[in-house]
Design a protein around this ligand. Structure first.
Ligand code: GLA
Length: 747
């Protein structure tokens, strides 16, 4: 791992054993982007940027040598509008003189050990300073009004770069920031496909791949959160890229609010990729001396396809994003009351629910929505966290918590701290605490308003009231929900000229409260949720090591949702529960085996009343939980490899596998949704096995009736056989079928 600067050539080289990221100072100190990709040991600094004459391309004022140099064609690290580059910019400021032209030139740089912490924002980290190096480059606006600092961190073993930027007002007047991107990546060519993930509530993270077209394409959120609709992820890949082959440049933000991910293929064939806080409807007033910091972007380079990309993201999330007590601990099997009871429960019914679940092996009982105020439906009481509903819970949260602990399980609780119901004591006392715009009535979403987290007094109330609840009992787990998009984004406590800051201030306020609460209750396992997967991002993962992936628990829909989510996030971060049939979202009936096989591929639990199952089904659940616990370590810490995509081919099959860290255990899941006559057999070739090893099939299918074993069990295969010849999947004789194979290395 190395960062170096060569004065004679102006070359900055950032590299580790896998990648090189190279920039160069050209002409009068423009910071050009030269290369990002597989490590190059000996980089020739000559001819590394382009000098091409394009009729009409403007020249910078201080460029003496004719018409072959223009910002229009120069790949740049922090491009701005106004001085010859007409492509999508990475930074825009309305200066105090009313104009927006920015000319940014290199001023200085420093190389630091370790990783910088991003001001007021979640950021990636290293435990040991020796594991990362950071380059900070300062650019100066030629008029002297602004400086921009660019941060680049390289990690010892990661095939990625982390970037962020900071802008500082060095003038004695106010400057108005309109855009500060976290990253920009320029390419000399344009032969890419563009990949992103779209969706909706209960239908998150579908993979969308299209050829890059001329012009600007924007994927974004203006909903106040990352959103169900577009995850804050964007990749450019070579045309031939598959799960296993081809080049992928992929970026995501350590950020949970409005974002934009932009690609532009210029008419000269150059490609630009820009990601950051959404510049639509964004403003930030910079007073003299003030600065603004953009969230981190994590930019992966993979030369081994999308599985390669995901391996890098997964490893990074596990090692440099998730932190705290739960980072390396195996996560408990949980049963959540939501789909089991919704709002209809009391102490006795929850204790009965818990007893039945614990008898089958469940380790954590979660009481979901409905335990506070008079919340018997979703129209009321949000904000009244300290008013426990004594009709339902006569002994309070602590009474229930003690009882669950007594039964031998951990206890968890649902909260939604960012919200306020119109019908609540909190709203009666503080109607001005909800986000609002003068002369407008507030829109509702799920009959609730959003608290104005830009206000310190509101944040202090949230921290105090939630802390009161969390200290009232020995709570082991918290599900932190957020159930609506932001509208009428305004704050009564900020002046008019700062209203464009409120969407961003909301997210900064959110980070303030989650930081204060999670650090105070560091033993609690927090799961982030936002109507399922509205806020599945690395920002929230810095505080909460797991996320409720989707409100859709149907095992068929979940194959796509989990497949897409796994592009960025390791399965241990993805809440996945077995629920009742007919499924509550889609009415579909799937077997217990299919539901189990899908849910065990994530952070496993149940979202149903296990006491209502037949004795035979309960036996099956007990067996399945036993299987899960036996292979939990591989499922939660192993490598996840996608094998058949539900978004490609016949879209009828999905397959993925887990390989333990030492490659001695392999778990393969295969789903086939619809059967049909004459359907060809499917051969699956395993990936990521230990070369030369032999593997024995120890579990082939979890039987729906115990101890029915298939002839495959006990068979021994070489790694080469499994990777090259592969296994033919059994014929499925009913719709929505699943097969589960566990293979273990034999000496
Ligand atoms: C959201 C969550 C669900 C559940 C409900 C409770 O929709 O995603 O899992 O907690 O809220 O109201």
């Amino acid at each position: 791992m190395e960062i170096k600067f060569e004065k004679e050539t102006g070359l900055f080289t950032i590299s580790n054993s896998k990648i090189s990221y190279i920039m160069q100072l050209v002409k009068n100190n423009y910071l050009a982007h030269v290369y990002y990709g597989k490590k190059i040991d000996d980089f020739n600094p000559y001819c590394s940027y382009y000098e091409v004459e394009h009729e009409g391309a403007p020249q910078p004022f201080d460029y003496p040598e004719g018409r072959i140099f223009s910002l229009e064609c120069l790949p740049q690290e922090m491009p701005a509008y106004g001085c010859g580059d007409f492509k999508y910019p990475a930074v825009q400021v309305r200066l105090d003189n009313g104009t927006t032209s920015l000319d940014l030139r290199y001023e200085s740089h420093e190389i630091l050990k370790g990783k910088n912490k991003t001001k007021n924002l979640p950021s990636s980290y290293v435990n040991n300073e020796e594991d990362a190096l950071t380059l900070v480059i300062t650019l100066k606006e030629v008029g002297g009004k602004l400086k921009v600092k660019l941060y680049y961190t390289v990690f010892e073993n990661e095939s990625l770069i982390v970037r962020s930027s900071e802008i500082i007002n060095t003038s004695d007047k106010e400057q108005k920031l309109h855009q500060l991107a976290s990253m920009c990546l320029d390419f000399a060519d344009g032969s890419f496909d563009r990949v992103h993930m779209y969706g909706s509530h209960a239908n998150e993270r579908n993979i969308d791949r299209v050829p890059l077209n001329h012009g600007i394409d924007v994927v974004s959120s203006a909903r106040g959160a990352t959103s169900h609709q577009h995850n804050n992820f964007l990749a450019l890949c070579s045309k031939d890229a598959t799960e296993e082959h081809g080049e992928v440049y992929a970026s995501t933000l350590v950020w949970s609010g409005n974002f934009e991910a932009v690609t532009e293929l210029s008419c000269y064939g150059y490609t630009r990729m820009v990601m950051g806080i959404n510049s639509f409807d964004f403003e930030w007033i910079l007073k003299p001396g003030e600065s603004f910091t953009a969230p981190e972007a994590v930019i992966v380079y993979a030369d081994n396809g999308f599985n390669g990309m995901s391996r890098s993201f997964h490893h990074f999330v596990k090692e440099h994003i998730v932190r705290g007590r739960w980072k390396d601990q195996l996560r408990p099997v949980l049963a959540n009351s939501w789909e089991a009871a919704y709002f209809d429960f009391d102490q006795d019914s929850i204790v009965r629910f818990a007893r039945d679940a614990i008898a089958l092996g469940v380790e954590l009982i979660v009481l979901d929505d409905g335990w506070f105020g008079h919340r018997d439906n979703d129209k009321t009481s949000l904000g009244d966290w300290t008013i426990i509903n004594k009709k339902k819970l006569p002994y309070g949260i602590s009474g229930l918590c003690d009882e669950i602990h007594h039964l031998g399980a951990k206890f968890g609780l649902w909260i939604e701290p960012e919200m306020i119901s119109h019908d609540s004591e909190l709203f009666k006392a503080h109607p001005d605490w909800a986000l609002s715009v003068p002369d407008h009535k507030r829109s509702t979403g799920r009959d609730q308003y959003v608290l104005d987290l830009s206000r310190k007094d509101v944040r202090d109330y949230v921290v105090e009231s939630i802390s009161t609840v969390l200290s009232s009992a020995s709570i082991d787990y918290v599900k932190w929900d957020m159930n609506r998009n932001l509208t009428e984004i305004g704050s009564l406590s900020f002046p008019e000229k700062q209203q464009g800051e409120i969407a961003t201030r909301y997210v900064l306020g959110l980070y303030d409260i989650v930081e204060r609460i999670t650090s105070r209750f560091e033993n609690i396992l927090f799961e982030s949720c936002s109507g399922g997967g509205r806020r599945f991002d690395m920002g929230m993962l810095c505080y909460m090591p797991q996320v409720w992936t989707s409100d859709n628990t149907d095992a068929v829909a979940r194959q796509r949702i989990q497949y897409g989510t796994s592009y960025l996030y390791p399965p241990v971060t993805m809440g996945a529960h077995v629920s009742a049939v007919p499924n509550h979202q889609l009415n579909r009936i799937t077997s217990m085996l299919t539901r189990f096989t899908c849910a065990m591929s994530g952070n496993f639990g149940y979202e149903m009343d296990l006491g209502k199952l037949s004795p035979q089904e309960q036996e099956e659940v007990k067996y399945q939980i036993g299987i899960y616990k036996k292979y939990r370590e591989t499922l939660q810490t192993g490598d996840f490899i996608r094998l058949i995509s539900p978004f490609e081919g016949n879209r009828n099959e999905t397959s993925w596998s887990f390989v333990s860290k030492d490659q001695s255990e392999v778990i393969l899941m295969y789903f086939r949704n619809l059967v049909q006559n004459g359907m060809p057999l499917t051969r699956i070739r395993f990936k990521g096995l230990k070369q030369g090893a032999k593997y024995q099939c120890v579990v082939h299918e979890c039987p729906s009736v115990l101890s029915v074993k298939h002839e495959m069990s006990g068979q021994v295969f070489s790694a080469e056989y499994l990777e090259n010849r592969g296994l033919i999947m059994d014929k499925c004789d009913s719709d929505f079928a699943a097969h589960l194979y566990v293979l273990k290395e034999v000496k």
